[in-house]
Ligand binder design. Sequence first.
Ligand SMILES: Cc1cc2nc3c(=O)[nH]c(=O)nc-3n(C[C@H](O)[C@H](O)[C@H](O)COP(=O)(O)OP(=O)(O)OC[C@H]3O[C@@H](n4cnc5c(N)ncnc54)[C@H](O)[C@@H]3O)c2cc1C
Length: 395
Amino acid sequence: MIHTDGGSAGSDEREMIVGLARTVGEKFGLDYWRRQDELGAFPADAWREICRAGLCGVALPEEFGGAGLGMVEMALIVEELAAAGAGATVGQLFMINPIFGGVAVSRYGTPALQAAVLPPLVRGDLTCCMALTEPDAGTNTLEIRTSARPDGDGWLLRGTKIWITAVPDAAKMLVVARTRPLAEVAHRSDGISMFLIDLPRDGVAHESIPKVGTNTLAASTVHFDDVRVSGDELVGTLHGGWRELLDVLNTERIVTTAALVGAGRLAERLAVDYAAERKVFGATPIGAYQGIQFPLAQAHAELACARVMNLHAAGLHDAGLPYGREANMAKLVAAQAASAAIDRAMQTLGGMGFAKESHVERLWRDARLFKFAPVSEEMLLNYIAVHCLGMPRSY
Ligand SMILES: Cc1cc2nc3c(=O)[nH]c(=O)nc-3n(C[C@H](O)[C@H](O)[C@H](O)COP(=O)(O)OP(=O)(O)OC[C@H]3O[C@@H](n4cnc5c(N)ncnc54)[C@H](O)[C@@H]3O)c2cc1C
């Protein structure tokens, strides 16, 4: 367990936390994740152990069982778990639980909701998911049409979401819906609200979408057919949820980047170890060839830069300062560098890189997702052009 005096962690404490994450991560190594991937099964054992070690609640308030630390510590933990064998997918477990459940409820939930949700979430007894994306809105999230119409002291939820992670395994879903129709608001960001609803639930139907990777976590289409939502399931400000949602989503970037840095580290290790042993032309191992070394060295340098930028963003977040630019730039570079590192690992292993037993192919399939989710390369470049360079918005 993480023991702390609260506040920010010192370097000894951070080392202890990273060591703890490494120990838990190594207990569920490459073979465990390959098996779960093949079964398409939620990594329940690993997640329970991660939570029992106090790693899920590292940045959540102590009064609810968390360690009361920050995003720097969460980033270090996620990176280490990814590097120990999980790959980038472990970041999604942190997104759906301590971020979508934990950050949303600890910052915007009522005291009653906090007391009901946060302790079981920190213990790993309650899994969350988050439903924002819609088939017709896509990246243009302000066009969402899922509506919550007033009904007595609550609402009736109606609409369709797509690509929602971990729905079959979740007990709670954070749903983003319009409580005022688009036609009636002055700004598209007005009239949006967040609800935390129980699953399974009358009127909620879902089906999994067969996909290329991240197979331990289902992604589903979700239909809401006049689902009755009670007043106490609202999270945050009625009609004013958009800014609050962005506050939650921004922390997600830091976790995604940390997971990608860890996945890149893991791929590098597999490649370097293999290249040191593999000989095809006489006694020289393939790792001695610059054609093998340079692309791995390039990806290593880029991952190191993304890591520093991400920890800087996390530090700004923990100090209560703006961190969006840094977090977005780190995520852009991390997704590219992790994909490059993993692809070069596959190249280094040659045919063996294509074999399930080498593990690289799972990392390769999983890492591809993060070039367009949770936020795409193009939207990050749009953000940098507009917010960092002051260029006109192109869309
Ligand atoms: C496995 C998986 C899990 C997911 N989990 C969740 C989840 O748990 N909850 C959730 O709410 N969502 C989830 N998502 C959705 C994910 O966040 C979206 O897929 C992502 O935001 C991209 O949206 P889209 O797929 O609709 O692409 P589109 O919006 O259709 O975009 C298609 C392409 O066009 C580009 N594009 C769009 N607009 C512009 C522009 N203005 N300038 C330049 N390029 C542009 C995009 O960058 C992209 O490359 C998940 C997706 C996947 C695949």
